[in-house]
Design a protein around this ligand. Structure first.
Ligand SMILES: Cc1ncc(COP(=O)(O)O)c(C=O)c1O
Length: 370
C-alpha cells in the first residue's frame, strides 16, 4: 500500500528546491571537484558559521564523524566513554570501534535525553569523555554535563546527528563540546542525497588530527603521518548541502508548527503523552514522539490506513546482540526500555500538510474511541 502520509517525504522536499539542486549538480560536474576541493571547503565554512564553531571537517557519515572525533581526541583502549542507552547504535559503535569501553546510562524519563545524575554516577578513574546525544532534536541538559566534565577533567563530544539548528542557552548545539558530530543521512533535518557527516570544533589540536585521519593520514600529498582512513565528505553532497542549509531555518520552523498542531489536536486523547520539553533548549523536531501503552496496536491501526510511523528505538543498545558482551540485562535502564515498548514517532517533515496532519490525528482519535 502506498502511504497516504509517509514518515518522511524526501521527494516532496527535492521537488521544492529542484532547480537549485540541479544547478549545484552541474556546478560540481562542470568543475569535476568531486573529492574535497571548493564545494567541500565552502560548505565546511558555511556550516562552521551556522554552528558558531571555529572549525568544521566534512567526513563520510555521522558514524565516521564520531569515530574520527574520538580518534582525534586520542581516546582508545583502556578509556571509558559515557553514552546514553537511549540513542541510535552508532553512538556506541563509534566508541567500540576506537577500542574504548562503552559505559551506558539511562535517560531522563521526560526529555528522553541522557540523565546527568546517572552520568555522574557512572564516572570512574578510567572515564575520558561524555558523549551526550541531542535526542530527537532537543539539546541534552548541557549545563550539569559540562560542569561534571570540568570537575573530572573529561572531554565532551556532542552527538548532534539529530540537532541541526537546535539551540541551548541561546547557542547552537555543536558549539559546546571539545568536538561535535553531525550526520547528513538523508532523513535528517539537514540531509544529503547519500551519506555524509561533519565534525565541528573549537581551536583544538584534534581538528588537525581529524583532517588528516579522514584523508589517509596525509599531511601533504603522499606524505602520511598517521594511519588514516578514507572518509571525506563528497563534493556533490557538499554542494547539495550548501543549498539545503539556506532552507534549514524555514524547514525547522515548519516542523515546529507541525509539532504544535499534533500536540493541540491530540492532547487528552487516550493515554497518549508526548516527549517533554527540555529546559534551556529549543526543539527542531527531528522526531515527534508520542507514548502509549497500546503502541503496537496503534501502529498497526495507522499502517492499515496508509500512515507510516517509526520507533526510535525498538531494541535498546544494551539488549542488542551486538552488545551482549556488556552483560547488561533487561530492567537495568527502565526509562530507555519503557520507550522501546511505548514510544511511537509520528510522520514529521517540513512539507507535511495540515490535511495530512489531520488524517494522522483523526486516525489516532478513532483508534482510542473504538
Ligand atoms: C544519534 C545518532 N548518532 C549517529 C548517527 C549516525 O549517522 P550516520 O547514519 O550518518 O552514520 C545517527 C543517524 O543515523 C544518529 O541518529
Amino acid at each position: 500500500m502506498t502511504a497516504i502520509v509517509p514518515f518522511v517525504d524526501l521527494v516532496a522536499q527535492y521537488e521544492s528546491i529542484h532547480s537549485e539542486i540541479d544547478e549545484a549538480f552541474h556546478e560540481v560536474t562542470r568543475s569535476a571537484t568531486y573529492i574535497l576541493g571548493a564545494p567541500v571547503e565552502r560548505f565546511e565554512a558555511e556550516f562552521a558559521e551556522f554552528v558558531e564553531a571555529e572549525h568544521a571537517v566534512g567526513v563520510g557519515s555521522g558514524l565516521d564523524a564520531l569515530r574520527l572525533a574520538l580518534l582525534g581526541l586520542e581516546i582508545g583502549p583502556g578509556d571509558e566513554v559515557i553514552v546514553p542507552a537511549n540513542t541510535y547504535i552508532a553512538t556506541a559503535l563509534a566508541v567500540s570501534e576506537v577500542g574504548a569501553d562503552v559505559v551506558l546510562v539511562d535517560c531522563d524519563p521526560t526529555t528522553y535525553n541522557i540523565d546527568p545524575q546517572a552520568a555522574e554516577a557512572a564516572v570512574t578513574p578510567r572515564t575520558r569523555a561524555l558523549l551526550p546525544v541531542h535526542f530527537a532534536g532537543q539539546s541534552a541538559d548541557l549545563r550539569p554535563l559540562l560542569d561534571l566534565a570540568h570537575r573530572h577533567g573529561l572531554q565532551v563530544v556532542e552527538d548532534a546527528a539529530q540537532a541541526h539548528g537546535t539551540r541551548y542557552d541561546e547557542r547552537p548545539c555543536g558549539s559546546f563540546g571539545e568536538v561535535a558530530c553531525f550526520s547528513f543521512y538523508p532523513g535528517k533535518n539537514l540531509g544529503a542525497y547519500g551519506d555524509g557527516g561533519m565534525v565541528t570544533a573549537g581551536d583544538t589540536a584534534a581538528v588537525e588530527r581529524i583532517r588528516r585521519l579522514r584523508n589517509y593520514g596525509e599531511r601533504r600529498k603522499y606524505e602520511h603521518v598517521v594511519k588514516g582512513v578514507n572518509s571525506r565528505l563528497d563534493g556533490l553532497q557538499a554542494a547539495f548541502l550548501s543549498v539545503k542549509l539556506r532552507h534549514l531555518a524555514a524547514w525547522n520552523e515548519a516542523r515546529s508548527q507541525h509539532a504544535a498542531a499534533y500536540t493541540a489536536q491530540l492532547s487528552g486523547v487516550g493515554d497518549l503523552t508526548f516527549q517533554g520539553r527540555a529546559e534551556n533548549s529549543t526543539h527542531i523536531y527531528h522526531l515527534f514522539i508520542a507514548e502509549t501503552d497500546r503502541r503496537d496496536a496503534l501502529r498497526d491501526h495507522l499502517t492499515e490506513r496508509g500512515i507510516q510511523t517509526g520507533i526510535h528505538y525498538p531494541i535498546p543498545i544494551h539488549l542488542q546482540e551486538a552488545y551482549s558482551d556488556l552483560g547488561i540485562g533487561a530492567g537495568t535502564f527502565p526509562h530507555t526500555e519503557r520507550l522501546a515498548r511505548r514510544s511511537l514517532s509520528l510522520p514529521m517533515y517540513p512539507e507535511l500538510t495540515p490535511d495530512q496532519i489531520e488524517t494522522v490525528t483523526d486516525s489516532i482519535r478513532d483508534f482510542f474511541d473504538r
